[in-house]
Write a new protein. Structure first.
Length: 186
């Protein structure tokens, strides 16, 4: 698992050395889990921090691979219990520019579980073994890039794969809304 994450990280960064634009981003996640037995769920707020590269394919199309640390999870409505999950996400975003600065974004995302803990306010328990180490998702979003290099993104990522890795019939998927601001250095 760690070797796979390392290979993907090196691959994305080697692509970024040939990118027309390379940058960093910081964002706010509003995450939840959808699926079976999720009526008591409440969104959890977290952060996202990562590196991005943009390859212009034409005047209106671009490809943007990213590597993003993402704090995700879920809280419960009637108690202080929180599931805190940390992922290393690799979104592979296709961008369509209907105008010079506005982009429509779409693409797959693969997430690698770094850690998962349940926190009830008094005690924290590792639950890594109860969750799958790989999470597949699909991202949809909007972006706006200023001529200065500053950019803003708003995305929704919905999980395609079941994140449960324990013996139950329930299926659950990550669901994350992300708002981020970033800067392209070149």
């Amino acid at each position: 698992m760690k070797k796979l994450v390392l290979v993907i990280t090196i691959s994305v960064f080697s692509f970024s050395t040939n990118a027309q634009s390379f940058g960093a981003k910081l964002g706010l996640n509003i995450s939840n889990i959808s699926g079976d037995a999720t009526d008591n769920n409440e969104a959890k707020v977290g952060i996202a921090l990562g590196a991005v590269a943009e390859f212009k394919l034409s005047e209106i199309f671009a490809f943007q691979p990213e590597i993003v640390y993402s704090s995700q999870g879920v809280a419960t409505k009637d108690s202080k219990v929180k599931l805190k999950m940390n992922y290393l996400n690799v979104p592979l975003i296709a961008k369509y520019y209907p105008t010079e600065n506005l982009s429509l974004q779409f693409g797959p995302q693969i997430g690698f579980l770094i850690s998962a803990k349940v926190d009830n306010g008094e005690r924290t328990v590792d639950v890594d073994d109860n969750l799958k180490t790989i999470d597949l998702g699909l991202s949809l979003g909007l972006g706006y890039k200023l001529d200065s290099g500053l950019f803003f993104d708003a995305r929704y990522n919905f999980g395609l794969s079941d994140i449960n890795d324990y013996q139950t019939n329930s299926k659950n998927h990550n669901s994350v809304i992300n708002f981020s601001v970033g800067y392209f250095f070149n």
